[in-house]
Structure formats: structure tokens, C-alpha cells
Ligand binder design. Structure first.
Ligand SMILES: [Fe+2]
Ligand SMILES: [Fe+2]
Length: 368
């Protein structure tokens, strides 16, 4: 019987199904280059396993109950809403950027899956292992679905290969919380913004996968809720010197999104989205969400914010242009571009942030 990763109840099942499909598929060159980003993470699993969720028990049980009920089981697979995609007829730049978008999305879904699966495997705390098993399940389904889309274009991300060959970066648990929480919430904000935009402009939906973004981002929303609760169990994580770390992660996550999105002009043009405006909308939504747990938000309306994002993006374009070129001139160009990226980042970081009262309970609903 042919099972699909969308119906799998564990991450392991979903990955096995996907790997079978990729048996003899050639992994494209494009994929190898894009493998460099996003990253894979590892952490101090024993420290995470020691978390006691009793201080947030009520909200925790509510969230876990909903995840166990599995409203999206069977959702992440092609059905009659999946129209045929004319890959050969697609404008070459758009095709290249869109494939790049799918590969990097698939890799980051899978990066989450691997981290969550590992936590589940190494832990013995029932609350923690249950949560991470549920999140790994969702991410494996997401990655599998993107892989289905890529396979139609003759590309497949070999998930087993990725697990073995990717480099792992060690992050202390608290940095995992900040980075992963933000990536789940910004993931929600990105997907829901695109989904709502395409609801208003269905003629711009050049690929059927965007129809799945609504349920998709609800999964990411729930994952973000889980990390908010994990942070809530330890008030130190959002106080004192850690506020500087929170600001660092907020700035890094927002700036990275801005720079990466600007690397895909044809993709955004096809969707009828201006990456700068889209970025601002996503930052505003993410900030609104992150108030549930972080006592600060970035001042994204400060004129210095946009000015330095633009500077950073331009420096990044210059860096990309000088990369791979030989000679002293190119070397100087690279150094100068790196300096400008760092300077813009510091300028963004130096903008005073906004403070506010964090609510008693973190609980939020995906109402955007
Ligand atoms: Fe996901
Ligand atoms: Fe997620």
C-alpha cells in the first residue's frame, strides 16, 4: 500500500516515504549550492529535557491537545486543487528563483524536523518528547510536500543525504529558543501574508502550492506557541542581559529575510509583491506576535530602519558580485562590502527598541 508523507504519524515514517520516491532521482547542482543555507542546528539536549512545563501547564495542555488532534493530517499532498504546472513554459528567471525558493524552504523545514526529531529521540521528559515528536511530524510533512513539488521540476532534495552531509551548528538552548521561536512566527507571518494577497489576486498564483499556505502557516503558528511556552517556564530568558540577545535575534532574522527576499526579484514580481513592502508587513505582524513573550520590539518605523536595510542589501549585492572573482580588486571589493554589511547591521541594532508589558499568558490565535 502506498502511504504518503502527508498521512504519516511520525517524522520517521514521512521521511522514509519521501526517500523511497527519490531512489534514483538525480540531485541537481542547484541544490548543492543552496545547501549552504539555511543551517542545521544541534544543542544541549539534556538541558532542554530538564524543562518543567508545570508553570504553564494549562496553556501547554491546550496546545498539545490540539496538536494531537492533528487537524492537518492528510492535508499536505496533491489533490484535485493541484493544477498541472507548466515548468517548461515558465520564464527562466522565475523558474530559477522559484526552485531556489522551494529548495531553501524544504531545507529549512527539514532542518527543523531534524532538530525536533533529535530532541525527541534523546529526551526522557514526557512533555518535551511529546511536543518535539509532534513538531517533527509536521515539519517532515511540510518538507515532503515541497519535495513533491520539486520532483515535478526534476529536482529532489534527498532528505537522508541532507541529514548526513549538512554541517551542524551548535547553539545553546536559549539561542535555539530565540532563533526557532522567531523562525516559526516569521514563517507564519510570511505564509499568511502571501496567502491573503493571493486570495485577493488569484490570477497571480503561478503555482498551486500557495493554496496550501493557510493550513501550513497554522502549523508554524502552533510551533511558535510551543516555544513561547518553553521560554515562559523560565522568566530569566526574557530579562536582563538576555534582552540584548533577543534584540540581536530579532534584528538578524528580519535583516536576513529582507536581504534574501531581494535576491529573488522575478519571484516577487510574478506574485505582484514588492519585497520591501512585504518585508515591512511581515515584520509588523511578527512584532505583534512576539509581544506575547518578548518585552521589546524593533522600531521598524524609525527612518534609520529602512535606510540601513537598503544599505545592507546593496552591500550584499556587491559582495555577491565580487565573490568568486580573482584578483586584488575583487578582494578589496569583498572586504569593503563585508564591512558595509557589518556597519549596516550595527546601525540597525543601535536603533532604540520599543518596550511594553508582556501579558500573563502567552496564548494567541492565528487570526491574521
Ligand atoms: Fe514547517
Ligand atoms: Fe514549524
Amino acid at each position: 500500500m502506498n502511504m504518503h508523507s502527508a498521512d504519516a504519524e511520525t517524522a520517521e515514517e514521512a521521511i522514509a516515504v519521501q526517500e523511497k520516491l527519490d531512489g534514483n532521482m538525480a540531485t541537481s547542482m542547484a541544490m548543492e549550492e543552496t545547501l549552504l543555507s539555511p543551517r542545521f542546528y544541534t544543542t544541549d539536549f539534556a538541558e532542554m529535557d530538564a524543562i518543567n512545563v508545570d508553570p504553564v501547564r494549562e496553556d501547554w495542555n491546550h496546545l498539545i491537545k490540539r496538536m494531537v488532534s492533528d487537524p492537518n493530517k492528510g492535508h499536505f499532498k496533491k489533490n484535485e486543487d493541484w493544477e498541472r504546472v507548466d515548468w517548461d513554459g515558465m520564464e527562466p528567471n522565475l523558474k530559477k528563483e522559484f526552485i531556489d525558493f522551494l529548495i531553501s524552504s524544504c531545507t529549512s523545514e527539514f532542518s527543523g524536523c531534524v532538530l525536533y526529531k533529535e530532541m525527541k529521540r534523546r529526551g526522557s521528559n514526557k512533555d518535551i518528547t511529546q511536543l518535539f515528536q509532534l513538531m517533527a511530524r509536521d515539519e517532515a510533512r511540510h518538507a515532503g510536500f515541497i519535495n513533491d513539488a520539486l520532483r515535478e521540476a526534476g529536482v529532489a532534495v534527498n532528505l537522508g543525504f541532507l541529514t548526513q552531509k549538512k554541517k551542524y551548528t551548535y547553539f545553546k538552548p536559549k539561542f535555539i529558543y530565540y532563533a526557532t521561536y522567531l523562525s516559526e512566527k516569521i514563517g507564519y507571518a510570511r505564509y499568511i501574508t502571501i496567502f491573503r494577497h493571493l486570495e485577493r489576486h488569484p490570477e497571480l498564483r503561478f503555482h498551486p502550492i500557495f493554496k496550501w499556505f493557510c493550513e501550513w502557516c497554522n502549523d508554524e503558528f502552533a510551533h511558535g506557541e510551543a516555544f513561547a511556552l518553553l521560554m515562559k517556564t523560565d522568566p530569566k530568558l526574557t530579562k536582563g542581559v538576555n534582552i540584548y540577545w533577543i534584540k540581536f535575534f530579532l534584528t538578524a532574522v528580519y535583516a536576513t529575510m529582507y536581504v534574501r527576499d531581494h535576491q529573488r526579484p522575478a519571484f516577487h514580481e510574478a506574485l505582484g509583491i514588492d519585497p520591501a513592502e512585504y518585508g515591512q508587513e511581515v515584520f509588523a505582524k511578527t512584532s505583534e506576535l512576539s509581544k506575547q513573550i518578548f518585552p521589546i520590539t524593533l522600531d521598524i518605523d524609525n527612518p534609520r530602519w529602512n535606510r540601513n536595510l537598503v544599505r545592507m542589501q546593496k552591500a550584499n549585492v556587491d559582495l555577491a558580485e565580487a565573490t568568486g572573482k580573482a584578483g586584488l580588486g575583487a578582494k578589496i571589493a569583498r572586504m569593503s562590502a563585508r564591512f558595509r554589511v557589518a556597519k549596516a547591521f550595527i546601525a540597525l541594532y543601535a536603533i532604540p527598541s520599543k518596550t511594553h508589558q508582556v501579558p500573563e499568558s502567552t496564548r494567541l490565535e492565528p487570526v491574521w
